[in-house]
Design a protein. Structure first.
Length: 121
């Protein structure tokens, strides 16, 4: 890689506007998508109290890092609360759901590799 090619991707906050998803009470900012990286998608989620993502499976790995609020993540036979500073990692193929139990909530979601699962859109 030449020195000219070795530059980071910078995205300014004004370019990354929140947009509603197909799920009520959940907005997203796609910070890094498959158009920028084949390695990961990075999505900032803003969600209202009571908002939820139904039980689903993605073909890639998925991680949540909670910035604000409280989430309840669950799957077949388990559930765990998450608060600010908590991280939850789902390996590829693991079914999971999430509900905002104290909000509003804000959390980062990382999908890796990029482009294999469907972000919350």
């Amino acid at each position: 890689m030449s020195e000219d090619e070795a530059r980071p991707v910078i995205r300014r906050s004004g370019v990354m506007q929140a947009r509603p998803t197909r799920r009520t009470g959940i907005d997203e900012r796609r910070l890094v998508g498959p158009e920028l990286s084949e390695h990961q998608n990075l999505v900032l989620i803003d969600a209202q109290e009571g908002a939820e993502v139904e039980l689903h499976e993605v073909s890639n790995s998925e991680s949540f890092f909670v910035l604000e609020g409280e989430l309840l993540v669950s799957g077949n036979g388990w559930q765990e609360p998450l608060g600010p500073g908590d991280l939850c990692y789902f390996p590829p193929g693991m079914e999971h759901a999430v509900r905002v139990v104290r909000g509003p909530a804000r959390f980062l979601v990382v999908f890796a590799p990029a482009g294999q699962g469907r972000p919350n859109g």
